[in-house]
Design a protein around this ligand. Structure first.
Ligand code: SF4
Length: 435
């Protein structure tokens, strides 16, 4: 069966393209064209057909939420609650990143629990199973690795983060530069580097890239080129190892699209705010505008407990300059496995960041809602304010928890409500009926 990109190149407008065009208020022909050029991907799976989210040029910036068990905490019901909470809070995609318990069970139950496109990192299960079977993850063999990728595709995955861009040349960059302040922070990345060093072999995902693409193509799954050597500290941002992997991933994005596979490129990680724009411009230029999936970035390393905020600041910037999908970060980042509330807080912070970024990415279509909100605030129209709010229930609950004496105002200023005072003063003179 042909993939979205192959069908788009044949001039066919698929049901997925139609759904994306409708969601984004764009023409079907524009979306088809972008998919055909590989500038937009629609995570899909021919077996499951999840909700259609357009990721890439001209599309609203999307938000991913990641959940999954750890080796310390395995609670299948909690993961399902987290998955549902992420969807309810507004996540556009979900990554199931379990490494503890029965990995087939948790993956299948999560896919069943939500309508969102679900992604994962197949290397996690591959190394877990090799460790269980042989007592050593470095005994993972090629056949086992590719069989696991195929099994996960057959379960309904819509996108997969696969670490194809780590090769012997990338590791050489790491050696020559003298390691890093923050070390390696990608679980899949460090496991693959260990495997390559232990076995003295090239990464099979790089060496047999055509085989990876062939499996994902069979199910129309998006190949997200993983960022295994991403900086995990802002002082490592844009070191040679990270740039080398980005360069290889951009090459592979070209190759994959030529093979008819939908391709995403992944970015960091941790990055100072003033490097975000250049990182995105570099990726877009080197990959021919392949959609870019940014993990925030986290913009300072010193706010554990509030990394949903440090990442939201970076995400607003990355979205503004062209990132197409941003991964949320939760308050538990660097500290613990996120719980349900962490997931909700992370999704909401990322949604706000994506919204702010889009106001600047698409100024021609992104600011009307803010204008309407300003008018509703000026006019003390509380129902309208809730209607326009990104999270109406939260806004309503806060106001209801501290009711004012005068229903027009709020308990912040009460009798000294500036909006009410100014409204009475200037209602006729300045505003009239025009605005
Ligand atoms: S009381 Fe103060 S904060 Fe509340 S609506 Fe009036 S001006 Fe705004």
């Amino acid at each position: 069966m042909a993939t979205q990109i192959e069908l788009a190149r044949q001039g066919i407008i698929t049901a997925q393209v139609q759904a994306v065009a409708k969601n984004e208020s764009l023409t079907e022909e524009f979306v088809r064209q972008m998919v055909a050029e590989g500038k937009v991907v629609i995570p899909n799976n021919t077996i499951r057909n999840p909700l259609s989210a357009g990721i890439g040029k001209g599309m609203r910036t999307k938000v991913n939420a990641s959940i999954g068990t750890s080796s310390d905490i395995v609670d299948y019901d909690a993961e399902i609650r987290k998955a549902k909470a992420a969807q309810a809070a507004g996540a556009d995609t979900l990554m199931e990143l379990s490494v503890g318990g029965d990995l087939d069970r948790v993956r299948r139950e999560i896919i069943e629990a939500v309508d969102l496109p679900v992604g994962n990192v197949p290397l996690y299960q591959a190394f877990c199973e090799a460790a269980r079977k042989y007592g050593d993850p470095n005994k993972l063999d090629d056949e086992m690795l590719f069989d696991i990728i195929e099994k996960q595709c057959a379960d309904g995955m819509a996108f997969m983060a696969i670490h194809c861009g780590i090769n012997l040349y990338t590791i050489e960059r790491l050696r020559k530069q003298g390691y890093r302040y923050g070390g390696l922070v990608s679980k899949g990345g460090v496991s693959m580097v260990a495997w390559m060093m232990k076995n003295g072999r090239e990464n099979p995902l790089y060496e047999q890239f055509d085989r990876v693409c062939a499996i994902l193509k069979k199910y129309d799954v998006v190949l997200s080129l993983g960022n295994g050597l991403r900086a995990g500290a802002i002082h490592d941002s844009h070191d040679r190892a990270m740039v080398q992997e980005l360069l290889i991933n951009c090459e592979l994005a070209d190759l994959g699209r030529e093979m008819g596979c939908q391709m995403l490129v992944e970015g960091p990680g941790h990055m100072p705010l003033d490097e975000v724009e250049s990182n995105i411009r570099l990726q877009k230029r080197m990959s021919g505008d392949a959609p870019y999936y940014m993990l925030g970035p986290i913009t300072t390393d010193v706010a554990p407990g509030y990394d949903h905020i440090t990442a939201a600041i970076g995400s607003a910037q990355s979205s503004r300059y062209g990132a197409d999908l941003i991964c949320y970060i939760t308050p538990a980042e660097h500290l613990a496995l996120p719980n349900e509330q962490d997931v909700i807080d992370g999704v909401k912070a990322a949604k706000i960041a994506a919204y702010i970024g889009d106001m600047n990415k698409y100024p021609e279509r992104g600011r009307q809602r803010d204008k309407e909100m300003s008018k509703a605030r000026r006019d003390l129209d509380w129902e309208k304010q809730f209607e326009l709010a990104l999270f109406p229930d939260d806004a309503r609950a806060i106001r209801a928890s501290r009711t004012p004496e005068d229903e027009d105002t709020c308990t912040m200023c009460g009798d000294f409500c500036a909006s009410r005072g100014a409204g009475e003063l200037f209602k006729k003179d300045l505003r009239g009926d025009k605005i």
